[in-house]
Design a protein around this ligand. Structure first.
Ligand code: GAR
Length: 213
């Protein structure tokens, strides 16, 4: 992971399909100098996703990039288009923030060990869609969120940061998701701070966060 010139901040691309509240928390942390990260572009597979508007509002280049014919994965020509745009913007690392597709080998190889994802559950419990509903249906007493490095699996990969929230008696899917999201907005900047300061060391499936290397 290298940054050129006098700006040593990590050049980060954010990929998302939805509202972009995680992007907002990352942009706020960058703007306040809380993390040594610069968001160089935001790409979305959904033309009118609000995440693109948030990015533009924050002065960040934002593009809809056609992800191709598959609905749930990024592969083939679509994947090539994403890699081309990421290189165009000089991205050194990628944050998936509500990007609702599984990324495949091509992108993983291009950014090996430098792709993070946020998931609204305490992985490895409740991977997949609408995890907060899964947690409620299961009767879990504790829910939360996970930021992890992305590998070939679905919501697998070494865990970087987790934050827990209690499940309350009167929780609905909406109230639980909202409390999980509050924690996501703390967790993502925390994970990015570790990644940017090279404090993330991967040992098998374990991520250790130590002193700056
Ligand atoms: C977040 O809750 C994130 O954890 C979830 O999508 C939401 C995006 O919100 N991601 C997944 O479920 C991925 N499996 P945002 O667009 O407001 O950041």
């Amino acid at each position: 992971m290298t940054s050129t010139g006098t700006d040593s901040r990590l050049k980060l691309a954010v990929l998302g399909s939805g509202r972009g509240t995680n992007l907002q928390s990352i942009m706020d942390a960058c703007a306040g100098g809380a993390i040594p990260v610069q968001v160089v572009c935001v790409l979305s597979d959904v033309k009118d996703a609000y995440i693109l508007e948030r990015a533009r509002h924050g002065g960040i280049p934002a593009e809809f990039v056609d992800a191709g014919p598959f609905r749930t994965k990024l592969e083939g020509a679509g994947e090539k288009r994403y890699i081309e745009r990421l290189r165009h913007y000089g991205a050194e690392a990628v944050a998936l923030a509500g990007f609702m597709r599984i990324v495949k080998r091509g992108l993983l190889d291009a950014f090996r060990g430098r792709i993070l994802n946020i998931h609204p559950a305490l992985l490895p419990a409740f991977p997949g869609l609408e995890s907060w509903k899964q947690a409620l249906d299961y009767g879990a007493k504790v829910a939360g969120c996970t930021v992890h490095l992305v590998d070939e699996g679905t919501d697998t990969g070494p865990i970087v940061v987790q934050r827990a929230v209690p499940v309350l008696e009167d929780d609905t899917p909406e109230t639980l998701h909202a409390r999980i999201q509050e924690q996501e907005h703390i967790a993502y900047p925390e994970a990015l701070r570790a990644l940017a300061s090279r404090r993330v060391r991967i040992e098998g499936r374990r991520v250790r966060m130590g002193q700056k290397a």
